[in-house]
Ligand binder design. Structure first.
Ligand code: FES
Length: 262
C-alpha cells in the first residue's frame, strides 16, 4: 500500500477518537490523492446507496434519464409495469451504449446504434436483426444488467453492491425530519439543479452539510428563513447529519437560490 495512503487512512481512523466538539479537518491528500480516491470508489461509491434522482423525473411509463455512475453508464427508467429500474446501458453484443450519459426523455425501447439490437424498458432483449440465422442464439437469455434500486421518500437510490443491506431501515430515524417536506401528494420537486463541480466530491458534500455559508452566498434566499445563526448540525450514528432550522412552509426561494448558484 502506498505510504501516503497508509497515512491518510490512519489519519481518518484517528479522527474517530476525537470528541465532536474538537475542531479537526481532513488532510489535503484526502482531496488530492489518486490512491485515496480509488479507495473511496471501492469502499464507498461501489458499496453505498447513492441518491440519483426523484420519482417525478420519471412519472410516466418510458420516462428515463441516463447517468454515468462511477464507471457504470446507467439508465433510470420507468417500465411498462410502472417499476423504476436502474439498467446498464452497455449493449450485450459489442458494448456500445444504448443511451448516452445525460440523455433523457421518453422511449418505448432502447435501440443500440451499432447493430440495432433492441431492448425493452425492463432491459430484456426484444429483437436482434438477422440473428435468427444463428441456431444457438437465444434472445430470451439476454438482457441489460439491472442494479439494485430503492425508492425512499420519493427519492431514487441505487447501489452497485448486490450484498449491501437495504437502505430504508438505515434511515428510519430520518423519516420524522423528512415529514416537513411532504405535501398531500408526497414530495414536491421544486427544481432540478444539475451541475458538474471541478473538484473532489467531498468538497461538494461538505458545502451541503454546513449552513455557515447561508449568510454569505445565500443571503437573499436560504438565509431569509434559515439564518446561519440558527443552524445546528445534528449527527446521527455513522450515517448522516442534518441541519436543524426553523421551517416556513410555502416560502419559495427556488429561483433566487438557483440564480445564486450560477
Ligand atoms: S453493439 Fe449493440 S447491437 Fe451490436
Amino acid at each position: 500500500m502506498p505510504s501516503d495512503l497508509t497515512h491518510l487512512r490512519s489519519s481518518i481512523g484517528a479522527s474517530l477518537e476525537r470528541p465532536v466538539d474538537e475542531p479537526w479537518t481532513l488532510d489535503p491528500g484526502h482531496y488530492t490523492s489518486p490512491d485515496y480516491y480509488d479507495l473511496e470508489v471501492e469502499q464507498i461509491w461501489k458499496k453505498e446507496w447513492i441518491c440519483v434522482g426523484h420519482v417525478k423525473e420519471v412519472p410516466n411509463v418510458g420516462d428515463f434519464f441516463s447517468i454515468q455512475f462511477v464507471n457504470e453508464p446507467l439508465v433510470i427508467v420507468r417500465g411498462a409495469d410502472a417499476q423504476i429500474r436502474a439498467l446498464s446501458t452497455v449493449c450485450r453484443h459489442r458494448l456500445m451504449l444504448v443511451a448516452e450519459p445525460g440523455a433523457c426523455g421518453n422511449a418505448n425501447s432502447f435501440v443500440c446504434p451499432y447493430h440495432r439490437w433492441t431492448y425493452g424498458l425492463d432491459g430484456q432483449l426484444k429483437s436482434a436483426l438477422h440473428m435468427e440465422r444463428h441456431r444457438d442464439f437465444d434472445p430470451s437469455g439476454i438482457s441489460l444488467p439491472e442494479f439494485r434500486l430503492e425508492i425512499w421518500n420519493d427519492l431514487i437510490w441505487i447501489n452497485l453492491d448486490d450484498d449491501a443491506p437495504p437502505l430504508a431501515p438505515r434511515l428510519v430515524e430520518l423519516e420524522e425530519a423528512m415529514a416537513v417536506y411532504k405535501g398531500p401528494e408526497g414530495g414536491v420537486m421544486a427544481a432540478l439543479y444539475d451541475k458538474t463541480w471541478k473538484g473532489n466530491w467531498k468538497s461538494q458534500v461538505e458545502n451541503n452539510l454546513e449552513g455557515y455559508h447561508h449568510m454569505g452566498m445565500h443571503q437573499q434566499s436560504i438565509e431569509l428563513y434559515s439564518p446561519t445563526k440558527n443552524v445546528t448540525n445534528l449527527t446521527h450514528g455513522e450515517y448522516w447529519t442534518r441541519h436543524q432550522v426553523p421551517y416556513e412552509r410555502g416560502r419559495d426561494v427556488t429561483e433566487t437560490l438557483l440564480s445564486e448558484a450560477d
